[in-house]
Structure formats: structure tokens, C-alpha cells
Design a protein. Structure first.
Length: 110
């Protein structure tokens, strides 16, 4: 099977098609993605970032990707992240908070 271009899911595309073209105008965006293998790690930068930009996002912070195996659904429906994944996501959220002009969550608890 030939290599297919890195892209985002059809479900996300359907959602983005329903949102008005300029829905993100002036907004700060934190792109997040999961995938079954590291072959999808570039989807944020090469497929999703240009779409967010075309929708008017003023600031797209560094995106974050994790493998779906690093996310576990508990019996009560809550999610558990692998420790390294939780730390990386926390740093991404802190960068997003800083971009919004808010105190980063991890920095506030340190």
C-alpha cells in the first residue's frame, strides 16, 4: 500500500465543514490529536494547522500528539493518561494558558 498523506480524520473534517469559515478569527487555538502510530504525528503541523489558519486563528500554539494506547478509559468513564503523556499535555496546556495571558496551571502549582 503506498504511503498516504498525513491528514486528520473524516469526523474532524465533517465538524470543520459545519463551522463558519471565519469561526476562529482572532482566537488562540491549541491543536490536540491522537493516533494509532507515530506515522500520524505530523498531522497537526501539515494538515490541521493550515486549516486552522485559514479559519482565521490568530495564534496557533504548539500542537500536541499522543498515541491512543497512552489514554485509558476507566470504568467510571474518566480518562487516565500515561505519566509521560500527562506531563507533555500539561506543558502544552501551560503554553496555551500563557498565550491566553493566564497563569500556567503547572507553574501555579509548583
Amino acid at each position: 500500500m503506498p504511503n498516504s498523506p498525513v491528514t486528520y480524520s473524516g469526523v474532524l473534517k465533517a465538524l470543520l465543514d459545519l463551522i463558519p469559515q471565519c469561526a476562529l478569527t482572532g482566537k488562540t487555538v491549541l491543536p490536540l490529536a491522537t493516533g494509532g502510530s507515530t506515522a500520524h504525528v505530523l498531522a497537526i503541523d501539515y494538515a490541521l494547522r493550515p486549516v486552522l489558519n485559514s479559519m482565521g486563528a490568530a495564534h496557533i500554539v504548539q500542537g500536541w500528539f499522543t498515541l491512543d494506547k497512552d489514554i485509558t478509559v476507566r470504568e467510571d468513564g474518566s480518562l487516565a493518561l500515561a505519566p509521560a503523556t500527562a506531563e507533555a499535555l500539561g506543558q502544552g496546556v501551560d503554553q496555551f494558558s500563557a498565550a491566553l495571558g493566564r497563569t500556567p496551571v503547572l507553574a501555579a502549582t509548583s
